[in-house]
Design a binder for this molecule. Sequence first.
Ligand code: B1M
Length: 211
Amino acid sequence: MSRFEELYEAVLSGDNGSAAATTRDALEQGADPQQLIDEGMIPAMAEAGRRFEEAEYFVPELLLAARAMKAALELIRPMLSAHQTEMKRCVVLGTVKGDLHDIGKNLVAAMLEGAGFDVVDLGTDVAPEQFVEAAREQSADLIGLSALLTATMPAMKATIDAFEKAGLRDRVKVFVGGAPLSDSYAQEIHADAYADNASAAVRVAQALVGG
Ligand code: B1M
Protein backbone atom coordinates (compact mmCIF):
# COMPACT_ATOMS: atom_id res chain seq x y z
CA MET A 1 0.00 0.00 0.00
CA SER A 2 1.41 3.43 -0.90
CA ARG A 3 1.71 6.13 1.76
CA PHE A 4 -1.16 8.00 0.06
CA GLU A 5 -3.38 4.91 0.28
CA GLU A 6 -2.39 4.43 3.93
CA LEU A 7 -3.32 8.03 4.72
CA TYR A 8 -6.55 7.66 2.74
CA GLU A 9 -7.49 4.55 4.75
CA ALA A 10 -6.53 6.17 8.06
CA VAL A 11 -8.68 9.26 7.43
CA LEU A 12 -11.58 7.30 6.00
CA SER A 13 -11.64 4.91 8.96
CA GLY A 14 -11.32 7.83 11.39
CA ASP A 15 -8.07 6.54 12.90
CA ASN A 16 -6.41 9.80 13.92
CA GLY A 17 -3.38 8.08 15.48
CA SER A 18 -2.63 6.25 12.27
CA ALA A 19 -3.37 9.36 10.14
CA ALA A 20 -0.83 11.36 12.15
CA ALA A 21 1.77 8.57 12.21
CA THR A 22 1.45 7.91 8.47
CA THR A 23 1.74 11.62 7.73
CA ARG A 24 4.76 12.02 10.01
CA ASP A 25 6.53 9.04 8.41
CA ALA A 26 5.72 10.21 4.89
CA LEU A 27 7.03 13.71 5.60
CA GLU A 28 10.20 12.31 7.14
CA GLN A 29 10.71 10.30 3.98
CA GLY A 30 10.39 13.43 1.87
CA ALA A 31 6.78 13.20 0.69
CA ASP A 32 5.31 16.34 -0.86
CA PRO A 33 2.89 17.85 1.72
CA GLN A 34 0.54 19.12 -0.98
CA GLN A 35 0.38 15.66 -2.53
CA LEU A 36 -0.53 14.15 0.85
CA ILE A 37 -3.48 16.54 0.99
CA ASP A 38 -4.53 16.09 -2.65
CA GLU A 39 -4.03 12.33 -2.96
CA GLY A 40 -4.67 11.15 0.59
CA MET A 41 -6.84 13.44 2.65
CA ILE A 42 -9.22 15.09 0.19
CA PRO A 43 -10.22 11.86 -1.58
CA ALA A 44 -10.77 10.24 1.84
CA MET A 45 -13.11 13.04 2.95
CA ALA A 46 -14.88 12.90 -0.41
CA GLU A 47 -15.43 9.15 0.07
CA ALA A 48 -16.61 9.74 3.66
CA GLY A 49 -19.10 12.25 2.23
CA ARG A 50 -20.27 9.77 -0.39
CA ARG A 51 -20.78 7.08 2.27
CA PHE A 52 -22.71 9.59 4.41
CA GLU A 53 -24.95 10.39 1.46
CA GLU A 54 -25.52 6.66 0.82
CA ALA A 55 -26.32 6.13 4.54
CA GLU A 56 -23.29 3.85 4.91
CA TYR A 57 -21.70 6.39 7.30
CA PHE A 58 -23.44 8.42 9.96
CA VAL A 59 -22.46 11.58 11.86
CA PRO A 60 -20.07 9.82 14.31
CA GLU A 61 -18.05 8.29 11.44
CA LEU A 62 -17.91 11.69 9.74
CA LEU A 63 -16.68 13.33 12.92
CA LEU A 64 -13.98 10.69 13.32
CA ALA A 65 -12.87 11.14 9.70
CA ALA A 66 -12.79 14.91 10.21
CA ARG A 67 -10.74 14.50 13.39
CA ALA A 68 -8.26 12.23 11.61
CA MET A 69 -7.92 14.71 8.77
CA LYS A 70 -7.28 17.51 11.25
CA ALA A 71 -4.59 15.47 13.03
CA ALA A 72 -2.78 14.94 9.72
CA LEU A 73 -3.27 18.51 8.55
CA GLU A 74 -1.77 19.92 11.75
CA LEU A 75 1.53 18.21 10.88
CA ILE A 76 1.47 19.53 7.34
CA ARG A 77 0.52 23.10 8.15
CA PRO A 78 4.03 24.23 9.25
CA MET A 79 5.52 22.79 6.07
CA LEU A 80 3.07 24.69 3.91
CA SER A 81 4.04 27.82 5.83
CA ALA A 82 7.74 27.31 5.21
CA HIS A 83 7.74 29.30 1.99
CA GLN A 84 6.44 32.56 3.40
CA THR A 85 7.26 35.83 1.72
CA GLU A 86 8.29 39.07 3.39
CA MET A 87 5.27 41.24 2.54
CA LYS A 88 2.31 39.80 4.39
CA ARG A 89 -1.25 40.56 3.47
CA CYS A 90 -3.89 39.86 6.10
CA VAL A 91 -6.83 37.57 5.41
CA VAL A 92 -9.64 37.27 7.94
CA LEU A 93 -11.18 33.87 7.35
CA GLY A 94 -14.14 32.00 8.83
CA THR A 95 -17.14 29.76 8.33
CA VAL A 96 -20.28 31.85 8.36
CA LYS A 97 -22.94 32.02 11.04
CA GLY A 98 -24.89 28.82 11.65
CA ASP A 99 -22.34 26.62 9.90
CA LEU A 100 -19.96 24.32 11.79
CA HIS A 101 -18.08 22.79 8.85
CA ASP A 102 -14.43 23.71 9.04
CA ILE A 103 -12.36 21.11 7.21
CA GLY A 104 -12.36 22.90 3.86
CA LYS A 105 -11.88 26.26 5.55
CA ASN A 106 -8.91 24.88 7.51
CA LEU A 107 -7.37 23.66 4.27
CA VAL A 108 -7.85 27.09 2.74
CA ALA A 109 -6.23 28.65 5.83
CA ALA A 110 -3.23 26.31 5.64
CA MET A 111 -2.72 26.95 1.93
CA LEU A 112 -3.03 30.72 2.33
CA GLU A 113 -0.47 30.63 5.14
CA GLY A 114 1.75 28.55 2.92
CA ALA A 115 1.48 31.19 0.24
CA GLY A 116 2.65 33.86 2.68
CA PHE A 117 -0.62 35.42 3.83
CA ASP A 118 -1.16 36.36 7.43
CA VAL A 119 -4.32 34.40 8.25
CA VAL A 120 -6.64 35.31 11.10
CA ASP A 121 -8.96 32.32 11.38
CA LEU A 122 -12.14 33.16 13.29
CA GLY A 123 -13.33 29.53 13.26
CA THR A 124 -16.89 28.44 12.62
CA ASP A 125 -20.35 29.93 13.21
CA VAL A 126 -18.94 33.43 12.83
CA ALA A 127 -21.46 36.26 12.98
CA PRO A 128 -21.26 39.12 10.45
CA GLU A 129 -20.30 41.59 13.20
CA GLN A 130 -17.39 39.37 14.27
CA PHE A 131 -16.00 39.47 10.73
CA VAL A 132 -16.35 43.25 10.65
CA GLU A 133 -14.74 43.70 14.07
CA ALA A 134 -11.80 41.43 13.20
CA ALA A 135 -11.29 43.12 9.82
CA ARG A 136 -11.17 46.49 11.54
CA GLU A 137 -8.82 45.33 14.31
CA GLN A 138 -6.45 43.57 11.91
CA SER A 139 -6.67 46.15 9.10
CA ALA A 140 -7.44 43.17 6.89
CA ASP A 141 -6.95 43.27 3.14
CA LEU A 142 -9.13 40.27 2.43
CA ILE A 143 -12.13 38.50 3.93
CA GLY A 144 -12.66 34.82 3.17
CA LEU A 145 -16.09 33.32 3.83
CA SER A 146 -16.79 29.59 3.82
CA ALA A 147 -20.21 27.86 3.84
CA LEU A 148 -21.09 24.19 3.39
CA LEU A 149 -24.83 24.34 3.95
CA THR A 150 -27.31 25.82 1.51
CA ALA A 151 -29.10 27.10 4.62
CA THR A 152 -26.09 29.20 5.62
CA MET A 153 -25.32 30.70 2.21
CA PRO A 154 -27.52 33.75 3.01
CA ALA A 155 -25.22 34.44 5.98
CA MET A 156 -22.53 35.25 3.40
CA LYS A 157 -24.70 38.00 1.96
CA ALA A 158 -25.50 39.21 5.49
CA THR A 159 -21.76 39.41 6.18
CA ILE A 160 -21.05 41.38 3.01
CA ASP A 161 -23.96 43.68 3.86
CA ALA A 162 -22.47 44.20 7.34
CA PHE A 163 -19.23 45.42 5.73
CA GLU A 164 -21.25 47.84 3.58
CA LYS A 165 -23.09 49.08 6.66
CA ALA A 166 -19.84 49.55 8.58
CA GLY A 167 -18.42 51.60 5.70
CA LEU A 168 -15.59 49.10 5.20
CA ARG A 169 -16.67 47.44 1.98
CA ASP A 170 -14.38 49.58 -0.20
CA ARG A 171 -11.37 48.75 1.98
CA VAL A 172 -11.63 44.96 1.87
CA LYS A 173 -12.01 42.38 -0.87
CA VAL A 174 -14.33 39.48 -0.12
CA PHE A 175 -13.91 36.01 -1.57
CA VAL A 176 -16.20 33.08 -0.92
CA GLY A 177 -16.08 29.31 -1.21
CA GLY A 178 -17.65 26.04 -0.13
CA ALA A 179 -19.30 23.07 -1.80
CA PRO A 180 -22.79 24.52 -2.43
CA LEU A 181 -21.49 27.80 -3.88
CA SER A 182 -20.97 28.89 -7.45
CA ASP A 183 -19.51 31.77 -9.33
CA SER A 184 -22.97 33.09 -10.11
CA TYR A 185 -23.99 33.00 -6.44
CA ALA A 186 -20.83 34.90 -5.56
CA GLN A 187 -21.76 37.56 -8.11
CA GLU A 188 -25.35 37.66 -6.86
CA ILE A 189 -24.24 38.52 -3.31
CA HIS A 190 -21.62 41.01 -4.58
CA ALA A 191 -18.57 39.08 -3.41
CA ASP A 192 -15.38 40.03 -5.25
CA ALA A 193 -14.49 36.45 -6.14
CA TYR A 194 -15.34 32.78 -5.79
CA ALA A 195 -12.86 29.90 -5.34
CA ASP A 196 -13.99 26.31 -5.70
CA ASN A 197 -11.04 24.73 -3.88
CA ALA A 198 -8.15 25.60 -1.59
CA SER A 199 -5.57 26.05 -4.36
CA ALA A 200 -7.97 28.29 -6.27
CA ALA A 201 -8.48 30.28 -3.05
CA VAL A 202 -4.77 31.10 -3.01
CA ARG A 203 -4.80 32.19 -6.67
CA VAL A 204 -7.92 34.28 -6.09
CA ALA A 205 -6.48 35.90 -2.96
CA GLN A 206 -3.25 36.74 -4.77
CA ALA A 207 -5.17 38.22 -7.68
CA LEU A 208 -7.34 40.29 -5.36
CA VAL A 209 -4.33 41.88 -3.70
CA GLY A 210 -2.79 42.41 -7.08
CA GLY A 211 0.14 40.04 -7.02
CO1 B1M B 1 -22.22 18.03 7.12
N1 B1M B 1 -23.28 18.37 5.52
N2 B1M B 1 -23.76 18.50 8.21
N3 B1M B 1 -21.09 17.55 8.60
N4 B1M B 1 -21.02 17.35 5.89
C1 B1M B 1 -22.61 18.28 4.24
C2 B1M B 1 -22.06 19.63 3.81
C3 B1M B 1 -23.73 17.73 3.27
C4 B1M B 1 -23.55 18.08 1.79
C5 B1M B 1 -23.89 16.19 3.49
C6 B1M B 1 -25.10 15.64 2.80
O1 B1M B 1 -26.16 15.58 3.35
N5 B1M B 1 -24.98 15.23 1.57
C7 B1M B 1 -24.99 18.40 3.94
C8 B1M B 1 -25.35 19.79 3.42
C9 B1M B 1 -26.56 19.77 2.51
C10 B1M B 1 -26.83 21.14 2.03
O2 B1M B 1 -27.09 22.04 2.77
N6 B1M B 1 -26.77 21.31 0.73
C11 B1M B 1 -24.58 18.41 5.39
C12 B1M B 1 -25.49 18.49 6.47
C13 B1M B 1 -26.96 18.46 6.10
C14 B1M B 1 -25.06 18.57 7.81
C15 B1M B 1 -25.95 18.66 9.07
C16 B1M B 1 -27.19 19.56 8.97
C17 B1M B 1 -26.31 17.20 9.42
C18 B1M B 1 -27.21 17.03 10.60
O3 B1M B 1 -26.84 17.37 11.69
N7 B1M B 1 -28.38 16.53 10.32
C19 B1M B 1 -24.95 19.19 10.13
C20 B1M B 1 -24.91 20.73 10.15
C21 B1M B 1 -24.08 21.26 11.27
C22 B1M B 1 -23.86 22.76 11.09
O4 B1M B 1 -22.97 23.14 10.37
N8 B1M B 1 -24.69 23.57 11.72
C23 B1M B 1 -23.68 18.63 9.58
C24 B1M B 1 -22.62 18.25 10.37
C25 B1M B 1 -21.44 17.70 9.90
C26 B1M B 1 -20.33 17.18 10.80
C27 B1M B 1 -20.16 18.01 12.08
C28 B1M B 1 -20.67 15.76 11.18
C29 B1M B 1 -19.09 17.17 9.81
C30 B1M B 1 -18.27 18.47 9.86
C31 B1M B 1 -16.99 18.32 10.66
C32 B1M B 1 -16.12 19.53 10.50
O5 B1M B 1 -16.14 20.24 9.51
N9 B1M B 1 -15.34 19.76 11.53
C33 B1M B 1 -19.79 17.11 8.47
C34 B1M B 1 -19.15 16.73 7.26
C35 B1M B 1 -17.73 16.21 7.41
C36 B1M B 1 -19.78 16.82 6.00
C37 B1M B 1 -19.29 16.32 4.63
C38 B1M B 1 -19.46 14.80 4.62
C39 B1M B 1 -17.87 16.61 4.25
C40 B1M B 1 -17.49 18.10 4.29
C41 B1M B 1 -16.00 18.19 4.17
O6 B1M B 1 -15.31 18.38 5.13
N10 B1M B 1 -15.48 17.96 2.95
C42 B1M B 1 -20.30 17.03 3.63
C43 B1M B 1 -20.67 16.18 2.43
C44 B1M B 1 -19.72 16.35 1.28
O7 B1M B 1 -19.11 17.40 1.11
N11 B1M B 1 -19.64 15.36 0.46
C45 B1M B 1 -21.38 17.45 4.53
C46 B1M B 1 -14.03 17.93 2.69
C47 B1M B 1 -13.53 19.35 2.47
C48 B1M B 1 -12.05 19.28 2.13
O8 B1M B 1 -14.24 19.87 1.37
O9 B1M B 1 -15.55 21.50 2.81
O10 B1M B 1 -16.11 21.21 0.35
P1 B1M B 1 -15.10 21.23 1.44
O11 B1M B 1 -14.02 22.35 1.12
C49 B1M B 1 -13.42 22.47 -0.14
C50 B1M B 1 -14.17 23.43 -1.09
O12 B1M B 1 -15.54 23.51 -0.84
C51 B1M B 1 -13.44 24.72 -0.93
O13 B1M B 1 -12.10 24.33 -0.69
C52 B1M B 1 -12.09 23.14 0.12
C53 B1M B 1 -10.88 22.33 -0.25
O14 B1M B 1 -10.79 22.08 -1.62
N12 B1M B 1 -13.79 25.67 0.12
C54 B1M B 1 -13.42 26.96 -0.01
C55 B1M B 1 -14.41 25.52 1.30
N13 B1M B 1 -14.45 26.68 1.93
C56 B1M B 1 -13.84 27.60 1.16
C57 B1M B 1 -13.60 28.95 1.34
C58 B1M B 1 -12.93 29.65 0.33
C59 B1M B 1 -12.54 29.00 -0.83
C60 B1M B 1 -12.75 27.66 -1.04
O15 B1M B 1 -12.65 30.94 0.40
C61 B1M B 1 -12.91 31.65 1.59
